[in-house]
Design a protein around this ligand. Sequence first.
Ligand code: BTN
Length: 258
Amino acid sequence: MTLSPPNPSDARTVPGTRFRVVSVPETGSTNSDLLAAAQAGAEPGLVIVTDYQTAGRGRLDRRWSSAPGSSLLVSILVPPVAPSDMVHLVGAAALALGDALEALCGLSTQIKWPNDIVVDDRKLAGILSETCVGGGDVQAVVVGIGCNLTPEAIPAELRDLAVDVATASGQRCDRDALLDALLRRLDVRLDALQIVAADVAARSATLGRRVLVEQTHGSLAGVATGLTANGGLLVTADDGSEAEVVVGDVVHLRHRDR
Ligand code: BTN
């Protein structure tokens, strides 16, 4: 629940884009807030950013927590897209964030399937996309991004697996400058969703790697060979069979893990 509900009339426009940003000091989850706002009739292009979430959510029903003021925590209500393009929205956001980090901090990132931004295999940011469905149709899509800006963003138990922008780039990155740079690039990407898949493949940290895919019904070891039109991951298993993984977690294995 928000301490003060985001009010679209308080929004600032990001010049040259379709986006309007409402900033709140603290909330439960910006994704939850924006889904509620969408259900109440908010227009696409509305963005909610906060310094701190008390009930931040990640993929697969996980929690997403970080210390106040340590992360970019943002959700974006994207305009309706064709059903076949829905799968490209997370990729568009991942590419936009990567391009913004490169421009602002000189930081090169990769995309780990399905929706993590990584630097040298350590997680820098995660993306959670959620839909609001009404009458059997998708009424709205919310794309939420959590990006670690400083070391305080990373819970102690994840320090070996995650990294933040300041540590990885050696520079502090201003949250609002990063948000505006991200939104400017996303605005362009949303008009070119057909080329997102190729750009995601080119920036993938997963393709060509030996992986362990952890799914609810077991795990699968093999080599990641491609991305499918559904956004799935093609894995050639050790017995030579090929599987499309649609939901799951991937561990990138090193040669010595074979
Ligand atoms: C993941 O890697 O599991 C995705 C994490 C997404 C976290 C962001 S933070 C802003 C937005 N609000 C949420 O509750 N979650 C997303």
